[in-house]
Structures are given as C-alpha cells and as structure tokens.
Design a protein around this ligand. Structure first.
Ligand code: SAH
Length: 202
C-alpha cells in the first residue's frame, strides 16, 4: 500500500497497519481487493473504510501506549484492530449485532485482547468506561453528540466526520482544553451516517 507516499509519516501507524491482515476483515467476494486503497462493502449495508483514511485518522488521533480509546462504529473491526496495537485499551460500539459479533470473532482470532465491544447507540458513548483519552467516530454525524464531548477526558482528542453537505463531511479534530473545546478542520471525507438506536435486524 502506498500510504507512506500519501503523508502518513508516523512509523508506528504504518507498522500497525502492516501487522493487521485487512483481508480478514472484508467479505470473501472482495478478498482480492483487500489490499487496494479503497473502501469496500461489508454486511448490513455498511463499509470498511479506505486504508488511507484509517491510517490518517489513527495518526491524527495522537495515540500513546497509555491511552484508552472509544471508537463509535465498529463495522468490520479493522479500525479497532489498528487502534489496539497503539493504545492501552479500545472500547468500540456498534449498532448492528451481526457486525459486532463478526468483529469480536476476528479480534479473538488475531489474539487482540485489549478490545471491548458493545452493542449500542454510540452517540451515547460508553458512560461506565468514561472518560476517554481519545474518541474516534467512524460514521458521519450532523453534529458532535454531546455525550461524546462529555466523555472526553481533559487534554483529550476526538476525531469525527461532521456533515458539510448531503454527501460529504469534514473530518474535525476536537481538543478538550481547560478553556473548553478547540476545533480544527482536517480533510473532506465520506462516511456512512451515524444512525439512532440499535438496528432491528442484524
Ligand atoms: N470503523 C469501521 C468502519 C465503520 S462504517 C471499520 O473499520 O470497518 C460505520 C459503522 O458505524 C457501521 O458499521 C454502522 O453500523 C455504525 N454505526 C452507525 N451509527 C451508529 C451508532 N449510532 N452507534 C454505533 N454504531 C453506529
């Protein structure tokens, strides 16, 4: 993958990407495309993000080995697996039971033991495990869910795609400072929407 040539400078992030077999996270039919730099369909009408975006979001999250990370939108589990190599513990929330269970099986197969999964509406965060040093949202919201801001620790960093039109979003980085929240625009991106509640099917 040409991530190195595209502004991914953090060698720890590149090593983490290299250590996780993306082909395990995509459906059988797309396995030959697993190492191409593009988003691919997974079940429940969702997508596994493009590797470049996974790498970029991971890099801009400024992880340290001691950090506890909350991810909203487990999907295939690929992003969570990458995070788990760079952070102390990853808490990941998904609203589709089938996706959550498939992701959990992959973590087990890869021996990734520092990932906690939960079925739920991620816009409520994970109050029992809060506060989090880092929050990463991998579905697009109209605005940042207030519960996620509340659950961000002092000095913490959140990366979230926020709507900037009907199809596209801006990736935003939010820092919690003693004075409040600082927002910074990173990249134009395209994610599936953050939906309310737990999915009825799957
Ligand atoms: N991070 C994933 C890609 C995510 S696609 C990966 O690496 O594969 C976005 C995911 O967010 C989808 O699986 C979708 O079901 C989930 N999602 C959307 N709204 C949600 C919500 N409110 N709470 C939890 N998950 C949500």
């Amino acid at each position: 993958m040409a991530l190195r040539h595209n502004g991914i400078r953090d060698t720890r992030v590149l090593e983490a990407i290299e250590s996780i077999p993306r082909d395990l996270f995509v459906p059988e039919t797309f396995r030959d495309q697993a190492w191409a730099d593009m988003a691919l369909p997974i079940s429940c009408g969702q997508t596994i993000s493009q590797p470049y975006i996974v790498a970029y979001m991971t890099q801009e999250l400024e992880l340290e080995p001691s950090t506890r990370v909350l991810e909203i939108g487990t999907g295939s589990g690929y992003q969570a697996a990458i995070l788990s190599r760079l952070a102390r513990r990853v808490y990941t929330v998904e609203r589709h039971r089938a996706l959550m269970e498939q992701a959990r099986a992959r973590f087990e197969k890869l021996g990734l033991r520092n990932i906690e999964t939960r079925l739920g509406d991620g816009s409520r965060g994970w109050p029992e495990a809060a506060p989090f040093d880092r929050v990463i949202v991998t579905a697009a919201a109209g605005r940042t869910p207030p519960a996620l801001l509340d659950q961000l620790a002092g000095g913490g960093v959140m990366i979230i795609p926020v709507d900037s039109g009907p199809l596209y979003q801006k990736l935003i980085r939010i820092r919690r400072t003693p004075e409040g929240f600082e927002r910074e625009e990173l990249l134009p991106v395209r994610f599936v929407p953050l939906r309310k509640g737990i999915a009825r099917k799957g």
